[in-house]
Design a protein around this ligand. Sequence first.
Ligand SMILES: NC(=O)c1ccc[n+]([C@@H]2O[C@H](COP(=O)([O-])OP(=O)(O)OC[C@H]3O[C@@H](n4cnc5c(N)ncnc54)[C@H](O)[C@@H]3O)[C@@H](O)[C@H]2O)c1
Length: 255
Amino acid sequence: MTRFDNRTVLISAGADGLGLSMAERFSREGAAAVVLDRSAEAIGTAKARPEAKGIRFEQVDLMDDVALAATVSRLEADGLRLDTLVNNAGGSLHTPRPFLEERDEDWDRVMGLNVTAAVRLTRLVLPHMMEKGFGRIVNLGSKAGRYGSLFTGANYVAAKGAVQSMTLQLAQEFGPHGITCNAVCPGAILTPRVEGLLAQRMTPEEREAALQAIPMRRNGRVEDVAATVAFLASEEAGFITGQLIDVNGGQGMCS
Ligand SMILES: NC(=O)c1ccc[n+]([C@@H]2O[C@H](COP(=O)([O-])OP(=O)(O)OC[C@H]3O[C@@H](n4cnc5c(N)ncnc54)[C@H](O)[C@@H]3O)[C@@H](O)[C@H]2O)c1
């Protein structure tokens, strides 16, 4: 027996970065893992990885509500009974950091992918969890959404704040159905995309100073986040709900 035998996990935007690491971990631990992602290229690259063998990839743009609903219906028609949802889609989408440079369009895009996509997907998956009387929802918040950010803007910080607050409310509302809802809030995790962003927005001196502000004196790894998501999705985390879990090496703490 492995931890996620007989479990079916849906991960949004999981063909790359943190989401792929989570999908591979769930798959390795026995789950049927399904990834939604809009990028054919990322899906192709992910599928070529031996670790991704057994993961089902569905190409869909999470901002297309009709296509998203059709995809979830197709999974259901194929006999998959979703019990775990990781709302991983999000990011600052290379919008400007200075508040006065962020246009309405920047706010709409960032709120759309981080918040609206999570709302829609959760609405589609919850009825399956309620039918089972069991469910695990893990949302991706961020250190930025908890404590502000040195290199992303107010739109991203506010979007993650919304995801984190929604987490508390879903935990309240769906706890009686056996469904937990928590958020994992990572600090900077060194994916190639984040490496690029840090190099573009911070000097080497600023990066070194940021590292010195992390008690664990290192940046985060995708595995750090995947391990935390997997724990919250496990059976043994059944009494933990409505919590915002920081995964940031101690860079941000609160009592
Ligand atoms: N990487 C970090 O340092 C970090 C830190 C804190 C929080 N987070 C959060 O973790 C989550 C994952 O971050 P990441 O850095 O791995 O993401 P990423 O930017 O690397 O993107 C992962 C995937 O999202 C897909 N994607 C983008 N838009 C999509 C859409 N409209 N429809 C479907 N797929 C789409 C991309 O094709 C890509 O494969 C996000 O919510 C992010 O805000 C990341």
